[in-house]
Write a new protein. Sequence first.
Length: 641
Amino acid sequence: HDGGICQVHPAGVRHIHKGRAKQWHCPGLKRIECASANESQVIIALAGGEVIYFELDPISGNLTESKTKDVGADVCSLDVGTVQEGRSRSMFACVGCRDQTMRVVSLAPGKLLDQKSSAALPARPHSVALQYVPGSDGGADEAILTVGLDDGSSLRAGVDPVTGAISSSPAKRFLGARPVSVSRITLESGPATLLLSSRPWISRPDVAGGTHVTAPLSYAPLDHGCSFTSEAIREGIVATAGTTLRILSVEGEGGGSAGVGSEEEAFNSNKVSLRYTPRQMCLLAAGSSAGGAATVDPNNKKLVLAVVESDYNDFGEEEKKAMGFDATASSAKSGSKKKEKKGDDDDMAMDVDSDEEEDKKEDKEKEKKEDEEDEDEEDEEDEDEKEARATPIRGPVPPTPGHWGSCIRLVDPADSCSTLDCMEMGRNEAALCCAAVRFHSRGGEALLAVGTVTGMTMNPLRCSASHVVLYRVVNGERLQLLHRTKVDDGPVLALVHFQGRLLVGIGRTLRLYEMGKRQLLRKCELRGLPTYVKTLQAAGDRAYVGDMLQSMQFVRYDSTANRLVLVANDRTPRPITCQELLDLNTVAVGDKFGNVSVLRLPRGADAAAVDTSGTRALWDSSREDSTPKLETLCHYHVGEV
């Protein structure tokens, strides 16, 4: 507060005051693990659990070491708190330890670093913030302790401003998949907390309603952030995201660049224009180079979104160009035609002899009116032609069986969903499904597997050829074809990564593939499924197969015999359109009639699927279906909710 600067680095503390710098060095070979400071206090933690407290001398302006204490556990987070109005120091500091405990220590003179209270945490603390917020009834300020945990959740608890006791019933909330970073900010002239996980959140008290509001920011994920104030931005946030520095202004009603507090603005949305109907999409980590082995750095990997698009009875991009459809060129051409016509009219007007104008004044007026009418008609024709050329061409008329238009699009979700690459499929070839797969033989590189069909007709459902195509993402920005594998037995409608291999649903067959140099290598398969494999999910040694007409089939992979075994199926026929795995034995499914059901595997069915007693062989050879049936836990229609 006196214009000085305090800098904490791994080897010590540097205090710069009135142009002179003073250093405090760590004892021996110890290093500073974490630190926290406010206007007049600094607290640091050394490796091994030693906490050192510094305070600014109000007379000399020097930063002096006041006390050292060993807390008995490694410290992973610290916060010295904020100085309340009318006080010269913060009365408490919070210490988060690696033994999953949070401790409140005193900073009052005569009781320095004395422990006031402690609380056990469900996970290791990643960051902590102690903040004073206005009381609900206009009374004294309340102390709020916010702890960000390594498991992606946050805890909010009250702290007694006199005794330092932590409340026994903290509020917990899951925020994302990354450890939560906590920092204090100012929002609408009041205290608030910025929580950063796999997405940013804002936590603040609602004085009018007497509650505490935690809402997500409508913005991209951030790595670090703190409060920022300038002449242009009165209340803002300065943050880092990767290698970029960003300054945000937060508005409480969701009308700014990063809205918070409005349910309609709870998600960050971007619109991407597509060529065809999107069929499926998947996320994959790009970490490969154009030539050479794959290199995947888990700390610096780029996530890209692959979208497969296709439309029945539509022309491909090359066919449309061959037909002369080019909206940009047609617009420029029509514009140049207008300029030429206007120029010709002007030249004709200049060539008229001035001596004859007086004699033929009436004729000129008639010609002028006729020219204006002709001009209007020509302009209308140009506009009609422009609109006609700008209208997309939609397939042959009458419809031609087996005619498709399709492409694969690569989107960068971190850059406003900009299109990185768009690869058009072959003539009448349609991409219907995709999946990210990591083959063991490729060293964990994420590849894009796409299931395609050629010349497919809807009624009856047939195709002239089916392929599984493998791509790699080069430098995180373009697709590179590895190879194509032709498959038999029907269209490829579902793909999933399965134990370092690729599991493919081909018509009525479920087939497991391994990576090869020129094509995929078949390892094992399960034939005789009811109709067509529509959806696929995998977990552990199980595959969850959704049939187009006959509901769910649970399949297990027997690694000792290298075979796929049917574990259980559903007795109720459901035309499955989507599914989501809830746990290892439970799956939620939706069908084409708007029904949602939750199915569970009966106890003991999985153990009986793979045995050596011969019972399984008896089931397989029996004419009657003795396969265990899935239990229906709940079932409802979407229209009734």
